[in-house]
Design a protein around this ligand. Structure first.
Ligand code: DOR
Ligand code: ZN
Length: 361
């Protein structure tokens, strides 16, 4: 009996992997940034930082200032934030060229497209990504990845599209046109949330050309759970259990073009719980742990390291982290909200029991 317990412990009760890479995180600015960044920095070696701040990050110079703010946050350790630009109408081909080269040791790793009006601070975006022709051409030329919030939310008559169908429409109507018009453009379809997007990626995904990132929340929850829980309000919306199962099956395959992007997106509790409710789930304090739990459920722990720590940096032309983290199978719960210096509370995902824990060395 004792022998068996010891044996199990070695095989599946502890996992050591290269330090993870978060391909999609929102770190905000100011007091919020100072309160929440440590949760990402403790678990991830690098992260691709989203640019949808207010005002948005539209130039290399603004990204440099933003990166300095992140690096000055408490608990940062040797975490490296990798910066992006927001694809607003102010971004020019010349800025793309300059950003790809970089300045002061900082370069831009990707340009993020938010469909106009679709989510937090998306009021400066193009209605249709295909309108951004000159910028996309330059991105293709310099090898700058396009990061897609892939949802159509207005049809050609400006009528609202069913928000549960927005990603499906994007994948059916927009993505194939983008791929055809820009055959060398590197594209990442962020936060895959539907069976249609999972199918499309499985068929057309390709390292270095078309990749997809997957969140914890789209692997864990269903529409029924999300519709009654304000904390699970997020864009793209959490969909049906058949969508969740397709996304789970996709990550279980261990494909080199599918990797982790938490989309951890904190909002003050007051905004999350207001009648209009802000979109975004703050998952950083438990994301690595929950991905591990999901991969164990999928009997795919052998694929965890590539998904969390190897395929992401590879797409961005980087080596995986040289550091490691160890996770052990041990129940815990997040019991407290994070509080900013302004006294705002931020509630993390994970008030249920989490079965894996990061082991402090
Ligand atoms: O739910 C979301 N929150 N989706 C996004 O695309 C943006 C994010 C945020 O910044 O809050
Ligand atoms: Zn996001």
């Amino acid at each position: 009996m004792l022998y068996l317990t010891g044996y199990t412990f070695c095989v599946s009760e502890q996992v050591t992997i290269k330090k993870p890479f978060d391909a999609h995180v929102h770190l905000r600015r100011g007091a919020m940034l100072r309160a929440i960044t440590r949760y990402t920095a403790e678990r991830f070696g690098h992260a691709i930082v989203m640019p949808n701040t207010d005002p948005p990050i539209e130039t290399l110079d603004a990204a440099i200032v933003y990166q300095q703010e992140i690096l000055a946050a408490p608990g940062i350790g040797n975490f490296e934030p990798l910066m992006t630009l927001d694809l607003t109408k102010n971004v020019t081909p010349a800025e793309i060229e300059r950003s790809a080269v970089g300045s002061e040791g900082v370069k831009i790793y990707g340009v993020k497209y938010y469909p106009w009006g679709a989510t937090t601070n998306s009021q400066w975006g193009y209605r249709d990504i295909l309108e951004a022709k000159e910028v996309l051409k330059e991105m293709e030329r310099v090898g700058m990845p396009l990061l897609l919030h892939g949802e159509v939310h207005l049809d050609e008559h400006d009528a609202a599209v069913d928000p549960y169908k927005g990603e499906q429409s994007f994948v059916r109507d927009v993505l194939p046109r983008l791929l055809e018009a820009y055959p060398k453009l590197k594209i990442s379809l962020e936060h895959v949330s539907s069976g249609e997007a999972a199918d499309f990626l499985e068929k057309n995904g390709n390292e270095g050309r078309l990749v997809g990132t997957v969140t914890v929340h789209h692997l864990l929850y269903t529409r029924e759970e999300a519709e009654t829980e304000p904390m699970l309000k997020v864009k793209p919306l959490i969909k049906n259990s058949s969508d969740k199962e397709k996304i789970r099956a996709l990550v279980k395959k261990g494909l080199p073009f599918i990797f982790a992007g938490t989309d951890s997106a904190p909002h003050p509790e007051s905004k999350k719980l207001s009648p209009t409710g802000a979109y975004g789930i703050f998952s950083a304090p438990a994301a690595v742990e929950l991905y591990t739990q999901i991969f164990e459920e999928l009997d795919a722990l052998d694929k965890l390291e590539n998904f969390l720590s190897v395929y992401g940096p590879k797409f961005y032309g980087l080596e995986p982290s040289e550091e490691t983290i160890t996770l052990q199978k041990k129940d815990w719960q997040i019991t407290e909200a994070v509080t900013t210096e302004d006294g705002e509370k931020v509630l993390p995902l994970g008030n249920e029991t989490i079965h894996w824990q990061v082991k402090n060395n």
